[in-house]
Design a protein around this ligand. Structure first.
Ligand code: NAP
Length: 339
């Protein structure tokens, strides 16, 4: 046992999920690890729940290693109580409930987060709900509003509308006055997107989203596209983008990273074609996103106008089953681990 500055006892070891070798869900092992020590500017969190993300699966497959200096334990977001404060951290109390974006280490009983990536857990929000928010909110905020420059009254097209990312993007788009159109892979998923606030939902397996989006926007097209599919979606999206539209790729769910881009339409409509990743950004950038979320989005979370959509939760020891559930892609919203 060691003791936090405030006199609370901390164990020397923690349970954590280890990726024993690159592979399928069965390579995940529950192992003892040392409790991480919070460095200057960091907060040690007693984790109660952790979000599962697609990035965790790609990491498990050996294709997305943790950034230099970051633990190999997967897990990009948690909720829990503050267990100890690193040097120079002020404004937070041991015992306070928080949720946090991590660069890794969330699949464990204890994890460290930079102070600039923590948000206080609003009263009434469960740990499971809190763990479902950081990764999608940080990603969607910076993608839609920093890079996408989404404005009230504009049309936003979100692919993968029923995903963890999609359900948050729908709510953010609506909360800030956009008209939201989504694509999803079943009628049930489309309905879930409408319930979350989408103005229109297109089942991409039974409908041509290019034709449908053209009709929905009465030929004007969409201003911002949030695309996690890539491949031939990029060229198809460009066919339905309004002048000065912004296209942001955040993932390659199609498995095809190459795209054919109709440059005549990019030129004619003066489009911006860009992409975003969150994990590799530096601490200052992530802190700036946290500050924007705290000031502009947290009031919506506090009064329930923006909520976490949690499909299922699994105990930490069943991290493999939890990741399998995400890969099966029958979910709407998030899948969460509980400690
Ligand atoms: N760049 C960043 O900073 C960043 C940060 C976080 C996440 N991401 C990315 O965002 C994506 C979503 O992450 P998540 O954690 O929210 O995962 P998720 O909940 O598992 O969502 C993936 C979604 O993709 C859809 N999909 C899969 N294959 C598809 C295809 N071929 N065509 C169209 N849709 C397809 C699935 O729904 P259907 O049933 O509708 O197909 C599913 O809803 C991932 O690609 C992830 O890597 C990027």
């Amino acid at each position: 046992m060691t003791t936090s500055d405030e006199g609370h006892s901390l164990p020397a070891t923690t349970r954590a999920i280890e990726i024993s070798k690159p592979g399928g869900p069965d390579v995940l092992r529950l192992v003892p690890r040392q409790v991480p020590q919070p460095a200057a500017g960091e907060i040690l969190i007693r984790v109660r729940a952790a979000g599962i993300n697609r990035g965790d699966i790609v990491q498990r497959q050996g294709l997305y290693p943790a950034p230099p200096g970051i633990t190999d334990v997967p897990g990009l977001e948690v909720a829990g109580e503050i267990a100890a404060l690193g040097e120079g951290v002020s404004g937070w109390q041991v015992g306070e409930s928080v949720c946090a974006l991590l660069a890794g280490g969330g699949y464990a009983d204890y994890a460290v987060a930079p102070e600039g990536q923590c948000l206080p857990l609003p009263e009434g929000l469960s740990m499971v709900e809190g763990a479902a928010l950081p990764e999608t909110l940080f990603t969607c905020w910076t993608t839609l509003f920093d890079q996408g420059q989404l404005k009230a009254g504009e049309a936003l097209l979100i692919h993968g509308g029923s995903s963890g990312i999609g359900m948050t993007a729908i709510q953010l788009g609506k909360a800030f006055g956009a008209r939201v159109i989504v694509t999803a892979g079943s009628d049930e998923k489309c309905e879930a997107c409408r319930v979350a606030g989408a103005d229109a939902a297109i089942n991409y397996r039974t409908q041509d989203f290019v034709e449908e989006a053209r009709v929905i926007t009465e030929g004007r097209g969409v201003d911002v596209v949030l695309d996690m599919v890539a491949g031939d979606y990029v060229g198809r999206d460009i066919q339905i983008m309004a002048p000065r539209g912004r296209h942001i790729t955040i993932g390659v769910m199609s498995g095809k990273s190459e795209a054919t881009i109709p440059m005549n339409l990019v030129l004619r409509n003066r489009l911006v074609i860009t992409a975003s990743t969150l994990r590799g950004r530096d601490l200052d950038e992530k802190r700036a996103i946290r500050d924007a979320l705290r000031d502009q989005v947290w009031p919506l979370v506090k009064d329930g106008r923006l909520r976490a959509y949690v499909h299922a939760s699994f105990p930490l020891a069943q991290a493999g089953a939890a990741q399998s559930a995400l890969e099966a892609s029958n979910h709407v919203g998030k899948i969460i681990l509980t400690m």
